[in-house]
Design a protein around this ligand. Structure first.
Ligand code: C2E
Ligand code: CA
Ligand code: CA
Ligand code: CA
Length: 280
């Protein structure tokens, strides 16, 4: 039975060749995108549910490809990982983010935070360390607390010494940690206690089906109670309707993020949005 899969798909069907060629081309293009001006940073507001205030945002990467238009990070992050370009890209995201968060902390609110995604490959890459980030923060005069790093559950499940060390390094620099896509992976709760995590992001697959008396509401409520007992704040992802927002707020969820509030916006637009909010 094991061999059957191999017989069915030969490695060099034309379709696979085309896909491989496509990946190679796109990886090459990505190399010039990083050097050139094609990467754009978008920000999506994270809204405090009780007050409606925006004190946090998630940085989301976009690639404006000269021929293909906007390429999704779901498509190009894996290429960036396999080619090693992820290191330069992650550094670019970080540099952009500290410039923006510095302005928002001085002009909008002193506690403003920007959340950055770190894919497992990015987080675990050999020899990588967050020293470069911490130095950049010191040089810019931005405290670590301005930054939240979003990681996924899988990273903690089998945490190597390297993972633990890096988490401690972030923590020592004041950088906070959020557990992204919570509920989609292994969802072992023991590591919430074992590692120092600040935020838990409930995955949008739970939020999508929220309704009164639904099992997803019961699960969300349980997650929120447990997270609060462990001293974590909870962010719900993918909030699209007022009903979802209201159910989450009633369940004690701290923050919401989703199209109901705003989609990810180009940095300049998000900046304008924040300033108009702050003026109200
Ligand atoms: P994620 O970290 O789970 O980010 C949330 C995704 O949900 C974003 O997709 C966002 O645009 C989308 N979203 C926000 N609100 C809603 C909503 O109400 N409904 C629905 N259906 N979707 C919503 P996006 O921007 O396409 O990013 C996809 C993924 O790419 C991210 O998932 C993250 O894993 C990765 N990514 C994005 N930027 C970066 C980056 O700078 N570095 C790394 N390593 N990964 C990144
Ligand atoms: Ca995220
Ligand atoms: Ca997520
Ligand atoms: Ca904590």
């Amino acid at each position: 039975a094991k061999g059957a899969g191999r017989n069915r798909f030969s490695y060099f069907t034309p379709a696979l060749q085309v896909a491989a060629l496509n990946r190679m081309r796109l990886t090459n293009d990505l190399r010039s995108a990083v050097k050139g001006d094609q990467l754009k940073l978008y920000f999506q507001p994270i809204v405090h549910l009780e007050t409606g205030r925006i004190r946090k945002a998630e940085a989301l990467l976009r690639w404006q490809h000269p021929q293909r238009g906007l390429v999704s990070p779901l498509e190009f992050i894996p290429l960036a990982e396999s080619s090693g370009l992820i290191v330069d890209i992650g550094q670019w995201v970080f540099n952009e983010s500290i410039q923006w968060v510095q302005r928002w902390r001085s002009d909008v609110h002193p506690d403003f935070q920007v959340s950055l995604n770190q894919s497992p490959v990015e987080f675990q890459r050999e020899g990588g360390s967050y020293e470069v980030w911490l130095r950049a923060l010191r040089q810019a005069g931005v405290p670590g607390q301005a930054i939240v790093v979003e990681i996924t559950e899988g990273l903690l499940l089998d945490a190597s010494k390297m993972v633990t060390d890096k988490l401690l390094q972030l923590r020592d620099g004041g950088i906070q940690v959020a557990l992204d896509d919570f509920g989609t992976g292994y969802s072992s709760l023991s590591y919430l206690n074992k590692f120092d995590i600040d935020y838990l992001k409930i995955d949008r697959s739970f939020v999508r089906n929220l309704a009164p008396d639904s099992s997803d509401l019961a699960l969300s409520e349980a997650i929120i109670v447990m997270a609060h007992k462990l001293g974590l704040h909870v962010i719900a992802e993918g909030v699209e309707t007022p009903q979802q927002r209201d159910l989450l707020a009633a369940a004690g969820c701290d923050y919401g993020q989703g199209y109901l509030f705003d989609k990810p916006l180009p940095a300049e637009e998000f900046d304008a949005l924040l300033r108009s909010h702050a003026a109200m």
